[in-house]
Design a protein around this ligand. Structure first.
Ligand SMILES: [Zn+2]
Length: 164
């Protein structure tokens, strides 16, 4: 599974919701897509990956944490904390670029859980909250570099950090 890089149109797509009835009748197909996305994320040392980063225009992302859900179908952020936190981000679709970005430190995410086949809500903070915000922006066609001026990008090109 090939990661799409900045410049490819799929990354600028506002991804539509997954039809839950369609998901129910094609569950195996979605499970296989999720398996392949997780593999692509791990192979590229990422900790988050949105479906449109591998060319599938649908609202779905995966993450690599243990204590929080790892598969988010139709995710939406229902609440953002006022408290903000500065953190460095990288992106599998923007290789070699890392940015220090300020985002809310805590969020509430509603998503469809494919194991229990129902909508759930989860409180996220720290790195999982950061990853979810980055991935949900991907699903809206937004890249982390949209938050920064070109001059900042040039200054902050580095070779370490988290990849989402
Ligand atoms: Zn990314």
């Amino acid at each position: 599974m090939q990661i799409k890089l900045v410049g490819e149109s799929t990354l600028r797509q506002k991804c539509p919701l997954i039809d839950i009835n369609e998901l129910k009748s094609n569950k195996k197909w979605y499970e296989s897509l999720i398996f392949n996305m997780t593999e692509a994320m791990n192979n590229n040392l990422g900790i988050g990956l949105a479906a449109n980063q591998v060319g599938y225009g649908m609202r779905l992302f995966v993450t690599a944490f243990n204590a929080v859900p790892n598969i988010y179908i139709n995710p939406s952020i229902e609440w953002f904390s006022k408290e903000m936190v500065m953190m460095e981000e990288g992106c599998l679709s923007v290789p070699g670029t890392y940015l220090r970005l300020e985002r809310p430190s805590r969020i509430k995410v509603k998503y469809f859980d494919i194991d229990d086949m129902e909508y759930k809500k989860v409180d996220l903070f720290g790195l999982p909250a950061r990853v979810a915000q980055h991935e949900i922006e991907h699903l809206d066609g937004i890249l982390m570099t949209d938050h920064a001026a070109e001059r900042t990008l040039k200054l902050q090109n580095q070779n370490y950090g988290i990849l989402l």
